[in-house]
Design a protein around this ligand. Sequence first.
Ligand SMILES: CC(=O)N[C@@H](C)C(=O)N[C@@H](C)C(=O)O
Length: 753
Amino acid sequence: MQASRSALKKENPLGMDVMSSEEYASQSKLLLEFTNVPSIESAWLFKTNNEDRSTAMFSISQPDLLANNKRKYILHSHIVTHKTMPLECHWSPFPIEMTGVSVVPSPSGSKLLVVRNGEKGSRTRLQIVNQSHVEKEIHVDWSIHGPLYTDEWFQGISWNHEETSIAYIAEQPPQPKPAFDDAGYRKEISSEEDCNNWRGQGDWEEDWGETYSRKGRPSLFVLDIASGEVRAARDVTKSLSVGQVVWAPPSSSGHQKLLVFVGWLEHNGFQSTARKLGINGSESVSASVATNLTPGMSSALFPRFSKDGKLLVFLSSKRAVDTGAHNATDSLHRINWPSDWKADQQLSVTDVVPVVMCPQDGCFPGLYCSSMLSDPWLSDNCTMVLTSTWRSTEVILSIDVLSGEVTRISPEDSGYSWSALAINGNNVLSVSSSPIDPPQIRYGRRASTEDHGTRAWVWDEVTSPLTAASNKIKALLSHHKLSILRVPVPNLSDDLSDGGRLPFEAIFVSCEDSSQKPTVLILHGGPHSTSVSSYSKSSAFLASLGFNLLIANYRGTLGYGEEALQSLPGKVGSQDVQDCLAALDHVIKEGLVDASKVAVVGISHGGFLTTHLIGQAPERFAVAAARNPVCNLSLMIGTTDIPDWCYAVACGTQARRLASESPSPDHLQIFHQKSPIAHISKVKAPLLMLLGGADLRVPASNGLQYARALRERGGEVKTIMFPEDTHEIDIPRSDFESFLNMGVWFKKYLKQI
Ligand SMILES: CC(=O)N[C@@H](C)C(=O)N[C@@H](C)C(=O)O
């Protein structure tokens, strides 16, 4: 007996039953198919001497499980358009690996800035490359600045028009720390550390929280390419974190000296204390002589000058900042830029696209943009192209910034999502995808003939080497169908705004004979975030396991107008939970799914809903999984980098003025009552808890407390902790293991039914 157990132990160290280890083995092979599909991160289009020809450069990423990092590489292609024949695309034979490197082409496309950020304390390497060789290499010491920011918020690298200087955002060098040696404290500071002295910690400094911890203050620097000199921008207020820098047009003297950037105030804690609440806090657009160009506006982002330099356009998330929702309906604004602007000249801001409160059915629901192209302009200098959320899809919009006219230019005929990658003249390079169809590159141009007074857009398919990997996935999902369902609001209450009464949506990915198959209810976080009908590796993997997917965009989701969004704050744990149950009731009533075979999964606030649902409706869910879920707001309030968010979602946006670092017992009671942990005694479903040990947004203690409390009540819980992972659990091996376990966990408990 002893011998066989050790043999088994050798063969199956995890003590897994044979069934499970075989399931792990087969599912991991399948998940690898999805993991190896490369993703298009960004792209650039370069003019050629011929209107019908352009060169494209694509930045592609692919998880590298062996190196446990994200492999990055560049692919080039020459695109030739013909009036009457299909578009031609000639791809470079092999990709060029660029892992750990960021690149930014110059406006003319003749040069490339190559950035290699150094590890903590080591130099940053900047290279200016032309078509044949490295023209200039600059090594920047930590005493000047640390790594360049390449995140979604602070990042900003901008060439000037003459391509002689580059402005960028990098980590400010660390503040001096106290020095000690075997004689004690050393008054004089020396940069050199030797074996006889050491540095202390010094004062603790607030940082911007999740994903920014221990990063230096985002600061503005300018590289003069000819001299290789790097200098910090003058006159920027010390207590301002800055990002998203662009050069202002040259003055009439032809010189270009002005930089326009976004500034984040660092005193945006409660009662304006010196705390950096997890981003976004209140930001403003300023010019480098540190003049606030948007006084009185609580948010201004992504500044962009028109090609002729006459217009400065920017997005605003002032609704998100003013209501504390952290994400809400955006608006677009314009400043007419005078050729010789003087710092003391206050410029007026014109609204271009206002916040849409309650859209008419099928009409433009407002702007919801998480990024903006570095060059978003069509050749008429007044039309910009943006990617925005439109209900459950992502769409490409053109906006005439003089008239404010908004036009949806990506096709409306399919539930697919579209995203703009780059523009050249009046051509738009983009990708389109769906939950069951990996991204396909498209090349858009205006039709030559008018149709009802407008020239529609034609989107040619661009065959690419990436298609091969996609075709395997398409084959695995060829029997699935995509539909977007409108779900009426349950139990309409009188206090609801018109927008809060509008139907919400759910994306339904169905297998053949869907009513015979298990269904996974997938819930996004935020709650003011969204699940759009674009391709996601994780959803495609779950669908390929033979599950229907019901992806609920409950009220509060971006893309349905501001009133619908603002109907949720103060009602989390009730309105959003009822909406998720209403979406499930809808597909059951339509006979599309088997009510007895339903799993539920969610991340962050989606985990809040998941653990609420298995507590409030324990009979309706056979199994559940949650990634870094919010399970107890009264615990989160003291540990998260966004305590203001806890007040906004639980008590409503009015509660902001009562918010405090030390919440009152009344507020703590409200936080607990509105949390999933308040319903834990009723939970029956087995729960898979996936936690990131380095999560500063919803610290792992939140999910761990819930998992331990459930086990304490005899509940079936499996917890996996990824110690190095932050809130998103996106380190490649961690992401792989978490979705593999989710698939096996769902199969195990849905098969038993
Ligand atoms: C504003 C915010 O970060 N809220 C979190 C609780 C959350 O749900 N985040 C979402 C966006 C996520 O998916 O992580």
